[in-house]
Design a protein around this ligand. Sequence first.
Ligand SMILES: C[S@@+](CC[C@H](N)C(=O)[O-])C[C@H]1O[C@@H](n2cnc3c(N)ncnc32)[C@H](O)[C@@H]1O
Length: 301
Amino acid sequence: MDAVAPIPQSTSQATLGELIAEARRLLEQAGIESAEQEALWIVEHVLRLPSHHVITDRDRLLSSSELAATRGLIARRVGREPLQYILGTQEFCGLEFEVSPAVLIPRPETELLVEYVTQRISAERQATIVDVCTGSGCIAVAIARLRPHARVMAIDLSGSSLHVARRNATRHGVGERITWLEGDLLGPLAEQGLEGLVDVIVSNPPYIAEAEWATLQPEVKLFEPRGALVAGAQGTELHERLLQEAVRYLAPGGVVILEIGAGQARGLRRIVEQLPGYKFHRLVYDEAGLERVVIVERVGA
Ligand SMILES: C[S@@+](CC[C@H](N)C(=O)[O-])C[C@H]1O[C@@H](n2cnc3c(N)ncnc32)[C@H](O)[C@@H]1O
């Protein structure tokens, strides 16, 4: 773990302004880039303050329980726990998702997957869409909301992430619209009678190569579930296995929409070219200009 400065003895009395200054200083010392902003978010969260109050109420003397609660969360962030786990939420596609250490924190670039699913499936269509490796359920929930006539199924190997995903679906009013299945990739579909009937299989599977794990920032390496991130020696092992399994379930013209890591597109293209029943359709870059999504089409079924 990266070394962080020890937390100095805190005073037992402080105003809101003093607490914010103390929090910012501790976060800066811990190497947190946006220390000022994060200090404000944590204080607002603990004290349940609307954001302008952190400015207007700076002289308010805080109670000892308010100080202890805020300092507790600051200490977690100083230990490099991701802010999203501390606050318990992350926004994705304009919706607020519960997150806990049981699930990967949804990333903004993953919204591209939702965008390409909705490009492919019109709002009126009664399509069948499967989100594999659903984690927090962010992709499945966003799609269920954007495509109200679609049948949505979501699969994950981790039972504890499915609990979080179900709560997220209920929170966004689509709890009854999504079928949750626990198991390895498309294994759980075997019982569903969906051979040749699925229009879209979308997935953000683990895609970090084992050797890369050690190089990740502490927030990811120490706190996010390893099983949500690391795939194998190459990083594309799960993509390959998913494509092998998917051919049986896809309808003619159906697609697999996959998130990938930078530098994985070429290898994945080769894998697709060697698999019967597929055509490489498209590679999409994210806002940072990195390879991010591949779309593979089912042909000749
Ligand atoms: C990168 S996370 C994606 C989570 C979420 N879809 C997102 O985009 O934020 C990968 C997820 O895949 C799950 N997973 C890992 N191996 C799996 C497997 N063999 N079969 C099904 N799910 C798997 C993990 O539990 C984790 O929830």
